[in-house]
Design a protein. Structure first.
Length: 341
């Protein structure tokens, strides 16, 4: 563990007493925005700057209430269905990806599209297409109803079976046990995914794995950091929205690592002061779709209650970046007008 001190507010008598009592914060690193989320959020902002509002976004661009509200205030309009987008408009597909049928729907409505799908999700889509073309049964490990799972399943619906955790394995059937491959949603718990994989391997010994890890680097790194601090924390606060799969997984990982308690909050205002009873060490992290301003708010809230000493728990360095969607280099308003004629 790498430990550094975060600048703290001016000391107060109560703050000094708190430090003598050993109150501290363990701050996970890395945390917050991953490269795919950063790319998607910037893509919406750039589209609004370049083409003006409204820019329609199919589903939440990322699973975070604060981010969605901020972009709405700038002129983005979030919709659940392609049919809600007026003909001749610009629509962006979220970082979670969409099925091919959604691209077809957009074309039928004369919409200009911007695809902000995370490149790591796109990788899984391409794997699904490849293995379907080779006539494999594809066992997709993921959570039913999640946008990413819906998008990936749509690439090869006749070949993909969803496996929602180890308890689903008993019900899985395949056509040929010698042609089975597993893929996974990118934002799952690494441990739970491998538990599911082990159960599938026991049932289908000839099953093969994807050519490279499907769970994204950012999800893994955030989980590793939480594991490192979990055993030392009385309480772990995870900043993230309830519909964020990777944020929910961080709560589970914290508890599995030995934290006495762990809670998911969108912002500091949701923290219950009663959670601090008997607590001397608080771990803080955030999901991959969470802007740092929300973490700063939690740290300030804790500082005001005596948790002013902050140690960084560093699990990895992250330097990955993704280029913006290529569509942002075109005149999409003109394209939309032409498509709608």
């Amino acid at each position: 563990m790498t430990a550094t001190s975060r600048p703290s507010p001016a000391a107060t008598p109560s703050g000094d007493a708190a430090r003598r009592a050993g109150k501290r914060v363990l701050l996970a690193a890395p945390r917050g925005y991953c490269a795919g989320v950063d790319r998607a959020v910037i893509a919406v902002e750039k589209a609004l700057e370049q083409y003006g509002s409204p820019i329609y976004v199919r589903h939440e661009i990322v699973h975070n209430k604060y981010v969605v509200k901020t972009l709405e205030n700038k002129g983005a309009i979030f919709v659940d269905r392609t049919a809600e987008v007026p003909e001749g408009s610009i629509v962006m597909f979220s970082a979670h990806g969409v099925a091919p049928v959604v691209h077809e729907e957009a074309a039928e409505r004369g919409l200009a599209t911007i695809d902000a799908t995370c490149p790591l999700v796109t990788k899984v889509h391409k794997e699904a297409v490849r293995f379907a073309n080779e006539d494999y049964d594809i066992l997709l490990i993921g959570h039913e109803g999640h946008e990413e799972v819906i998008g990936t399943s749509g690439e090869a619906p006749d070949h993909i079976t969803l496996v929602d955790g180890p308890e689903d394995v008993a019900n899985v059937e395949v056509r040929d046990e010698s042609k089975v491959v597993w893929l996974s949603q990118t934002t799952l718990s690494v441990d739970e995914t491998m538990e599911t994989v082990d159960a599938l391997k026991e049932k289908f010994p000839l099953m093969i794995a994807p050519p490279s890890d499907d769970i994204c680097y950012a999800t893994q790194n955030r989980q590793i950091a939480v594991k490192q601090m979990g055993a030392d924390a009385d309480l772990v606060i995870v900043v993230g929205s309830k519909n964020s799969s990777n944020s929910v997984r961080l709560v589970e990982v914290a508890l599995g690592a030995g934290a006495r308690a762990s809670h998911l909050v969108d912002e500091a205002a949701e923290i219950d002061e009663a959670w601090l009873d008997g607590v001397s060490t608080v771990g803080v992290t955030s999901g991959a779709s969470v802007p740092e301003i929300l973490v700063d708010g939690v740290l300030e809230w804790l500082s005001q209650r005596g948790f002013q000493d902050v140690e960084i728990v560093k699990a990895a360095e992250e330097s990955i970046t993704f280029s913006l969607p290529k569509e942002l280099r075109r005149d999409l308003r003109a394209e939309a007008a032409a498509l709608s004629k």
